[in-house]
Design a protein around this ligand. Structure first.
Ligand code: PRP
Ligand code: URA
Length: 208
């Protein structure tokens, strides 16, 4: 499938193994989420447009390049929050727009509870941040929100994807590139990714 980018970076693979480990406590878990998010965001932004920028070094004038696109980081609450910091460090000029969604435990359908987007879009490219792409319901709902907002370029940056969720996001939004640290085997009967890492929100925030 086109537009699906599992990372091949050894640092990502290494960190992901420790992230999955059930013995990794929340403090270390948050650190790993932050670091993996930064590495994936670096890969996901390789095609951002730049424009010439004239500057003077201490020794000579020159024309360099500067980012030409306004970036929005869109973490899906709660678990996406942990991916903001590492990503934002790389692109501190980005705006952060939070979307609150939770999965109904029975239907597995996303329920929206927070969205403060202004009427007009203020950014031209959005990176959706959410560690888990399970059924794909939350990711698709977020892409729909951002498209209605008027954002032209949307990318999904996650940590683990299930084949079911990847297929759904790709089917409903084929133009949205999907960047992941790993593609896992399947979903279980409760919609959890196997082998996965458990509940990404609970493991970051020490709940559950
Ligand atoms: C998790 C995760 C995603 C969603 C993925 O959130 O962070 O947002 O599930 O599942 P899906 O692909 O089937 O929609 P959850 O609903 O557990 O909320 P939380 O982050 O607040 O814990
Ligand atoms: N959300 C999670 O946090 N983990 C999963 O495995 C699936 C959805």
């Amino acid at each position: 499938m086109e537009n699906i980018f599992p990372s091949r970076h050894p640092l990502v693979a290494h960190k992901l193994t420790y992230l999955r480990d059930r013995d990794t406590e929340p403090k270390k878990f948050r650190e790993l989420v932050r670091e993996i998010a930064a590495l994936l965001a670096y890969e996901a932004t390789a095609d951002l447009a730049t424009a010439p920028r004239h500057i003077e070094t201490p020794l000579a004038p020159m024309t360099g390049e500067a980012l030409a696109e306004k970036i929005g980081l869109v973490p899906i609450l709660r678990a996406g929050l942990g991916m903001v910091e590492g990503t934002w460090e790389l692109m501190p000029q980005a705006e952060v727009w939070h979307i609150g969604l939770y999965r109904d435990e029975k239907t597995l359908k996303p329920v929206e509870y927070y969205n403060k987007l202004p009427v007009e879009p203020t950014v031209s490219v959005c990176l959706i941040l959410d560690p888990m792409l399970a059924t794909g319901g939350s990711a698709c709902a977020t892409v729909n929100v951002l498209e209605r907002w008027g954002v032209k370029k949307i990318k999904f940056v996650g940590i683990i994807g299930a084949p079911e969720g990847i297929a759904r996001l790709h089917r409903e939004h084929p133009h949205v590139p999907i960047h992941l640290a790993a593609i896992d085997d399947r979903l279980n009967e409760r919609g959890y990714i196997i082998p996965g890492l458990g509940d990404a929100g609970d493991r970051q925030f020490g709940t559950g």
